[in-house]
Ligand binder design. Structure first.
Ligand SMILES: Cc1ncc(COP(=O)(O)O)c(C=O)c1O
Length: 424
């Protein structure tokens, strides 16, 4: 299928290899013709309950039979109210309001607007800046793309980007002491604090290589945000809904974001949906000023919301915190054993079922792309990453992955590494 008429997002054609034509997806497997592939990245980190979940399919069908679409400008429908309410309860009632979007990028877009609007409402017109980490990923709309630190070298031809972003180094515990990272955070606030309206962060940075913000760093960050009146915006688009073993990573960190961006696992990834949960202070500002200038025709689409309600019902019904932590611990044990066997693995970072495997790849993205292609040939879908700190692969399997399937994934990884070592 060389002459297909779609343009690949993100990667130049020469880099992405053969596109698989998926003909069936079921549980933890996707099929391309007669080839069976273990989906080690659950779609694109979003198919948290596995492909083809029948309960979710039925919920969508029932909603379609009732109300398939509403004009979100002048109408609402029960399922939309229900999901808004469910999300707030699922987040343990820490938030006051929900706004729906179609994607994660759009959720980040909205969060940036909310932060700026909030500061403007407080007459703090100088506080327009948004702080972000230099290897963060937040999406590809203009706001979220500007907020994304990791791909900035490719932005030239698309410029000018959105103004008012300040980038700071990530506190990567294995590369730098947390104390040094806190000092650079303090310097950053001395320089930008008065101008900052919001601090946008991934609590566990995904494409940076699965890097968790250290506790002491987060504690100091919280103090500085309070001191400088900066809103804390958590992007939990990839970490939310038990991916890291907790409902949301912010809960593990003893934090209370003012704004929370969600998408991906929100509805098991079957239909496009994002959401922004809004804390009391920002919600009060919206109430006082009556509206937020953000809208898209498909926001809060009832079918997408029905899939979301059913996904959360399933997450609430079963003990996914325990399930994800137990399977993550098993994965960790297996990969750490492999790490001892082969010198090719530099470091393994695992939080729940969010797995980062740093490889000896000399910061060369083309090598990782080749490695991921080899994994695919062996039957495993993995995600390549590369940034100035770290190069390697990520695995984010569906939570229904079995221990046997984990064994198979690690065996494929081992075989591919052994081949790689033999041929290099
Ligand atoms: C942390 C994070 N933020 C934002 C996004 C963008 O979400 P979407 O691809 O749905 O626009 C992603 C997607 O990978 C993500 O991982």
């Amino acid at each position: 299928m060389d002459d297909y008429r779609i343009i690949h997002p993100i990667l130049p054609r020469k880099d992405y290899g053969k596109i698989e034509n998926v003909t069936k997806a079921e549980g933890v497997y996707v099929y391309s013709g007669d080839k069976e592939l273990l989906d080690g990245i659950g779609g694109l980190w979003n198919v948290i309950l596995g492909h083809g979940n029948k309960e979710i399919e039925q919920a969508i069908a029932e909603q379609l039979a009732e109300v398939g679409f509403i004009n979100p400008w002048t109408c609402c429908t029960d399922i939309v109210y229900k999901l808004a309410d469910k999300l707030i309860h699922f987040a343990d009632g820490d938030f006051a309001k929900t706004m729906f979007t179609c994607t994660g990028s759009e959720a980040v877009e909205l969060a940036i607007k909310l932060a700026r609007r909030h500061q403007a409402a407080k007459e703090k017109h100088e506080k327009k800046y948004i702080a972000v980490f230099e290897t963060s990923y937040h999406g590809t709309h203009y706001g979220s793309m500007t907020a994304t630190g990791v791909d900035r070298e490719y932005y030239g031809p698309y410029g000018p980007m959105l103004q008012g972003f300040a980038y700071l180094p990530i506190p990567f515990e294995s590369k730098q002491t947390t104390q040094a990272a806190i000092q650079s955070l303090e310097k950053f606030f001395t320089k930008y604090g008065e101008k900052l309206g919001g601090f946008l962060l991934e609590p566990i940075l995904g494409v940076s290589g699965v890097v968790k913000l250290p506790d002491a760093y987060v504690k100091r960050l919280k103090e500085l945000c309070e001191q400088y009146d900066v809103l804390l915006i958590f992007d939990e688009i990839s970490t939310g809904f038990y991916r890291t073993g907790s409902k949301f990573a912010y809960q593990e960190m003893n934090m209370k974001p003012d704004i929370l961006c969600l998408s991906k696992g929100i509805n098991n990834g079957v239909l496009p949906l994002g959401a922004v949960l809004i804390g009391n202070e920002v919600a009060q500002m919206i109430k006082d000023h009556d509206f937020i200038n953000h809208f898209s025709t498909q926001n809060a689409n009832p079918l997408c919301c029905a899939a979301g309600v059913k996904t959360i019902e399933i997450l609430e019904r079963e003990n996914y915190g325990e399930i994800v932590n137990r399977k993550g611990a098993y994965f960790k044990q297996k990969i750490e054993a492999l790490e001892k066997e082969v010198s090719f693995i530099k470091e393994v970072r695992i939080h729940g079922l969010m797995i980062g495997i740093e490889l000896e790849m000399e910061n060369d993205f083309s090598k990782v792309l080749e490695f991921v292609t080899d994994l695919k040939e062996e039957g495993l879908l993995a995600y390549p990453y590369n940034n100035k700190y770290s190069t390697g692969i990520m695995l984010l399997p569906p939570y229904i992955v079995t221990l046997d399937q984990i064994d198979s994934m690690v065996t494929i990884l081992k075989n591919t590494i052994v081949k790689q070592i033999q041929y290099s």
